[in-house]
Write a protein of this length. Structure first.
Length: 290
């Protein structure tokens, strides 16, 4: 950093200037490290475009459900959803699921059980950040592959979307929140591999529940009243149904704010759980000499 920039930033000449200088340099170093991690992850992901395309196709269940529900609505609306409404809903479900998927549980579980985590611990950086960079880069590569077809489908279906600034910002925030929620949930489950070999099995149970109660198979407002009374207290609707309903204009105002707060609370819970399991799991990992 040159002297003029330091003076403008208020880092020279005055009490605490050395402390502020160190903080500035630390932030700069972290930013450079983050850029390097992401650049490496993005370069790696672009080499596997064909594999990513296969992952996209394997996640096409919402499109199958769209065809089924459109067929059911051919003779009239079902629960307030017409054929065009189902088309818009499941196209958005497909998009949200593609943008929020995670796979860290499989890789981290293996790394812990087979001792492959050890080389990663030698780096002067929490291994989690490499996983964060990998997931972010993969989403960036995936976005244009699915974004254009989804937009074309919504235009063809004449979807009625809420395009007001509040709805758009809320939708983007909820998608980012859903991606964070899914990532940290998987990371926390994977860390159970420090104590058990059933971490992946627990993820499979979570995924099965998510498939049923997230809105991936049907809009949640078509479920029985007893289910709709309980599901909002789980993390599942905030992974798919809630972001989709915001862009469809069915969740707005105070309900949108509440959804953002509840989703953030679930993210914070899994972040805390991940931190605790990592802290105590490393002690066990070192103790067994892996």
């Amino acid at each position: 950093m040159n002297e003029r920039l330091a003076e403008r930033a208020g880092l020279r000449g005055g009490p605490g200037s050395e402390v502020r200088m160190r903080r500035w340099r630390s932030l700069g170093a972290r930013w450079r490290l983050a850029r390097a991690l992401f650049a490496h992850a993005f370069a790696t992901m672009t080499e596997y475009r064909a594999e990513i395309t296969i992952w996209i196709v394997s996640g096409s269940l919402p499109l199958v459900m769209m065809a089924l529900w459109i067929g059911m609505a051919a003779d009239g609306p079902v629960g307030g959803y017409g054929a065009a409404d189902f088309a818009a809903y499941f196209l958005l479900v497909f998009f949200v699921r593609q943008m929020t998927g995670a796979w860290v549980v499989w890789e981290l579980d293996r790394a812990i059980r087979l001792g492959e985590l050890s080389p990663r611990l030698l780096r002067p950086l929490d291994p989690m950040w490499q996983d964060v960079a990998d997931h972010a880069a993969e989403k960036l590569v995936r976005l244009p592959i699915i974004g254009l077809p989804v937009l074309a489908g919504l235009w063809w279906a004449e979807a009625r979307l809420a395009l007001e600034p509040a709805a758009l910002v809320g939708f983007v925030a909820l998608v980012f929140g859903a991606a964070a929620l899914r990532f940290f949930q998987q990371y926390a489950f994977a860390l159970l591999a420090f104590w058990t070999d059933q971490a992946v099995g627990l993820e499979r149970v979570f995924f099965s529940l998510m498939l049923v109660f997230s809105g991936s198979l049907a809009p949640l407002d078509l479920y029985p009243e007893a289910v709709r009374a309980v599901v909002p207290y789980t993390p599942f609707p905030y992974l798919v149904d809630v972001p989709v309903q915001v862009l469809l204009g069915r969740i707005e105002g105070a309900a949108l704010v509440q959804a953002l707060v509840v989703q953030a609370a679930w993210v914070a819970l899994f972040v805390l759980l991940r931190w605790l399991l990592w802290r105590f799991g490393l002690r066990r990992y070192a103790a067994v000499g892996a």
